[in-house]
Design a protein. Structure first.
Length: 195
């Protein structure tokens, strides 16, 4: 369970930091202030293929509940305090051999992220994008880790700051002489409400 909590925490932070732009806007005052974490909705895809013809695909579409935490944007610094949420959904897994579907399964996706804290920097880019050049430093219980650089699009709607994020990562590893490739993607929308 601890591993799932760390994975969901890192997924949430990856969502908060995931696409890159080049030109930085110097005035970040339009989003500055303290916000309450209201909700997050994400669609994820994780595909693992091996050089021996096996492939697994895991798809999930989830929304957070029991959202809490304060997110502060000030002078290019982002601070999360007591950030927490729960997910009670399902993932669907598909298993293939040589591109022939062998089986599928629905897997419960139930996790609660305990209160965490993080800090990082941000830059507004163009008219509607935000970039986190160094990711963020995250404290989760006795564990401190960091997320990768990235960002997304933002919009202000009344007292809400809405962050729309798309992210994709690829990696490889070898196990017992078999080479594996992992492709992961996420599309998410995060809603923060100004305090």
């Amino acid at each position: 369970m601890q591993k799932n909590q760390v994975l969901f925490l890192l997924a949430g932070l990856t969502i908060l930091a995931s696409c890159k732009k080049d030109e930085a806007k110097t005035n970040s005052a339009e989003i500055e202030g303290a916000y309450t974490f209201s909700s997050m909705h994400a669609k994820t895809n994780s595909t693992t293929t091996s050089d021996d013809g096996l492939k697994t695909v895991s798809l999930a579409d989830w929304a957070t509940v029991n959202n809490m935490g304060t997110i502060v944007f000030k002078n290019g610094i982002l601070t999360n305090s007591d950030f927490s949420y729960s997910v009670n959904s399902k993932a669907t897994g598909y298993y293939y051999q040589n591109d022939i579907l062998l089986d599928s399964v629905n897997i419960p996706l139930t996790v609660t992220i305990p209160k965490t804290n993080s800090t990082g920097t941000y830059k507004l880019v163009g008219a509607d994008s935000i970039y986190f050049p160094a990711g963020s430093l995250v404290t989760y219980g006795n564990l401190t880790t960091s997320s990768n650089p990235g960002g997304g699009h933002y919009k202000l709607n009344g007292n809400q700051l809405i962050l729309d994020i798309s992210s994709a990562t690829d990696s490889t590893f070898s196990d017992s002489g078999v080479m594996y490739e992992i492709k992961q993607s996420v599309e998410a929308s995060i809603i923060l409400t100004k305090q």
